[in-house]
Design a protein around this ligand. Structure first.
Ligand code: PLP
Length: 398
């Protein structure tokens, strides 16, 4: 460092943190973050290796443990989230699996909201029971169900808000209070809201998880995931688990995600503005029985959404009444892609009952309100007029 610097990155606005946070320049003084494609590291001497392994010298030893490019991404995302620490994994699911796994033991109970990402549901209903960890689910917005859901052995609460695919909003602060009173920790999957619009840690959550595959990359290129929270909790619950099981994020992917973070604030604010306008267009078309957007006044949990989110997100869900109409709508789109991905620069729409949620038993699907006519739209960065034209044309054919 050649010039003195009294700036504290914690005081920066999110847009600045996402561009400058975590930057570690090499002696070459490159402007852009360096991509350290290396598996391992060398030491000046045997004594140097000894000190590194003893932890007396804080350098790197092996990229399954830590890597400078990955660390820059972790530090940048931690700063943006307002978290003490961040650890990453090769995908969102690897991060969520690790986040849960590190907090439970045989005999523990997990309490979760019913509307969850499909792979999370598999983990909770099929995988963890093999090891004696049981899960029960409740309707996310119903606080009375949460209150009655805790057991003496409940160790973890898992919530997603807004949730996939109908954008159900869960009162994160209220559930954190209940969970902490019951001695449980709260893990929040914050993918849909992004760190720009919702800060679960300030609402009381213990751990925040991301699929960085979504908005953080935001341009459809790489997979990644992150776990954020207090440094001591991450150290105690995840350090050895991550080191010895090896779900490490590749440095290349970390580099792409670092560059993704630089434009995250700009992208999701623009996407959210466009999504709010398109949600109104869909609602006003008269073709949808129901239109869900977290910051529309007719959202069932509008008041909660307004309290805990500073933007509505880039996702809109709407009910066209029956699967045939949803299919006709999707097939009529000329600009918007049919895809199950989300958070991308390209707008994408999907019919969840036959794709992302087809593995869910019909009775379970109905419990989260997912009837056959729902479409989920992930709004991208295209011009709002072009997207409006595409939607209007397809809605007219429904
Ligand atoms: C995509 C997604 C995940 C899983 O992330 P991957 O990167 O695909 O493994 C988890 N939760 C939510 C809400 C998601 O949208």
């Amino acid at each position: 460092m050649s010039h003195s610097n009294s700036e504290d990155p914690k005081d920066w606005a999110p847009a600045t943190q996402a561009i400058r946070g975590g930057l570690m320049r090499s002696p070459f003084g490159e402007t852009s973050e360096a991509l350290y494609l290396t598996q391992s590291f060398v030491y000046d001497s045997a004594e140097g290796a000894d000190a590194r392994f003893a932890g007396d010298d804080p350098g790197f030893v092996y990229s399954r443990y830590a890597n400078p490019t990955v660390k820059m991404f972790e530090d940048r995302l931690a700063l943006l989230e307002g978290a003490e620490a961040c650890r990453t994994a090769a995908s969102g699911m690897a991060a969520i699996f690790m986040a849960l796994n590190g907090l439970v033991r045989t005999g523990d109970h997990i309490l979760a909201s019913r509307a969850l990402f499909g792979s999370c549901r598999w983990l909770l209903t099929e995988y963890f029971p093999r090891f004696g960890v049981e899960t029960t689910t409740v309707d996310g917005p119903d606080l009375a169900q949460w209150e009655h859901g805790f057991r003496p052995n409940t160790k973890v609460v898992l919530i997603e808000s807004p949730a996939n695919p109908l954008l159900e909003v869960v009162d994160v602060a209220a559930i954190c209070q209940l969970a902490h009173a019951a001695g449980a920790r709260v893990v929040v999957d914050n993918v849909f809201a992004t760190p720009i619009f919702q800060k679960p840690l300030t609402l009381g959550a213990d751990i925040v998880v991301y699929s960085a595959t979504k908005h953080i990359d935001g341009q459809g290129r790489v997979m990644g995931g992150a776990i954020l929270g207090p440094a001591a909790l991450l150290e105690e619950s995840y350090r050895d688990l991550l080191r010895h099981t090896g779900p490490a994020l590749s440095p290349f992917n970390a580099w792409v995600l670092l560059k993704g973070l630089e434009t995250l604030d700009l992208r999701v604010r623009r996407q959210s503005d466009t999504a709010a306008r398109l949600a109104d267009l869909i609602a006003d078309s008269g073709k949808a029985r129901s239109t869900r957007y977290p910051l529309r006044k007719d959202h069932p949990q509008y008041e909660v959404a307004r309290r805990q989110m500073s933007g509505g997100s880039n996702l809109v869900a709407f009910d066209l009444g029956e699967a045939a109409k949803a299919f006709r709508f999707l097939n009529a789109l000329q600009l918007i892609d049919i895809s199950n991905n989300l958070g991308d620069a390209k707008s994408m729409a999907v019919h969840p009952p036959t794709t992302t949620h087809r593995a869910m038993a019909e009775a379970e699907r109905l419990k989260i309100g997912l009837t056959d006519g729902w479409v989920r739209l992930s709004v991208g960065l295209e011009d709002v007029e072009d997207l409006s034209r595409d939607l209007s044309r397809a809605l007219a054919l429904v």
